[in-house]
Design a protein around this ligand. Sequence first.
Ligand SMILES: *Cc1c(COP(=O)(O)O)cnc(C)c1O
Length: 428
Amino acid sequence: MSKEAFLTKEKAEEIAAKIPTPFHVYDEKGIRENAKAVKEAFSWNKGFREYFAVKATPNPYLIKILNEYGCGTDCSSMAELMLSQAIGITGEHIMFSSNDTPAEEFKYADELGAIINLDDFTHIDFLEKTIGHIPETISCRFNPGGVYQISNGIMDNPGDAKYGMTREQIIEAYKILAQKGAKNFGIHAFLVSNTVTNDYYPALAKTLFELVVEIQKETGCKFKFINLSGGVGIPYQPDQTPNDIYAIGDGVHKVYDEILVPAGMGDVAIYTEMGRFMMGPYGALVTRAIHEKHTYKEYIGVDACAANLMRPAMYGSYHHITVLGKENEPCTETYDVTGSLCENNDKFAIDRKLPKIDKGDLLFIHDTGAHGFAMGYNYNGRLKSAEVLLHEDGSFDMIRRAETPKDYFATFDCFDILKDMNYDVPKN
Ligand SMILES: *Cc1c(COP(=O)(O)O)cnc(C)c1O
């Protein structure tokens, strides 16, 4: 199988003539088709809602598109809550799934009417002290501990994860929350990241459905929703088979009918908090080859760096690369594709087979639509890039400008030394 860029060389050059490289570009058509598919795949469930994980792609223009398909937001910080409010997404359309939460964030989430998802048992008291009451609708995050296994083997190790409450804690939590006046309950769990299998959500659903039936029996708490959170993955590697969201929706439906319906819980809403699956494949980092170097290896230097896309440096993640205009040329060369940071892990690809790259070529780094731009940072004084939205008709808009040196220096405003600084980039 091959991975195709959603952008031609001509279109990329047309954008680059207006918005200098590097930039992240998003495919509106792909975002819309996928959001529609997610909505359809879970349409069997009356209360279904996807709460898009804002941290994955915190751009209001993109989140607004998802909102057209009924998506709310999953927030975990003050700024994410503010962003959500600015877009006009408030109330129960916000899921506040945070951990290690500062008091003022609980306060603001409550003011917005967000659903609060408690990560820790002690947060019951903390929340009550902070906002003066326990909300009528409230959720708790579950961590089953141990290793999480489904049919195709061990997937991850929740026992090592900082998130959520143990089984004993969560049952006790629901009892206490009910005593304190909560009426509608939710449960949440995020056990494995980037699962490229249609079995994860159904397996997680089974775990949570069985638990919820038990908790409802033991505590009398009425469950309003079950939140499967994120973790649905995308095929970063060209030989991976993409998830089929319809098969995933059907799989969850099946266990819903097997477990919840017979227990008289056929009115429970299914919520999701997908980030990667909603946006990942529909974003790309476009960067220009500006340098080549031949030492012990063959290097291609580009004008983007790990500050624009951290995943390869941070996790050793694979991101497929298409050399635009050379889609059909044979991959005769073996390159390390590098950025400019003074860090040897600043490599977008290592020993990658690619067509011969010439200086000036545009590289399309795939699957940066989630956890891409968002993880950017300013090491080495590198600035964050622009974000561009490519519309269905081929037109495009800048949906975030690139940072300038003025942004980089903005937080020094209190110092006289920079008062008369000229922020313009020298031009030659
Ligand atoms: C990161 C995160 C998500 C989104 O995860 P994806 O892997 O992008 O789907 C959802 N919920 C919570 C609480 C998260 O921390």
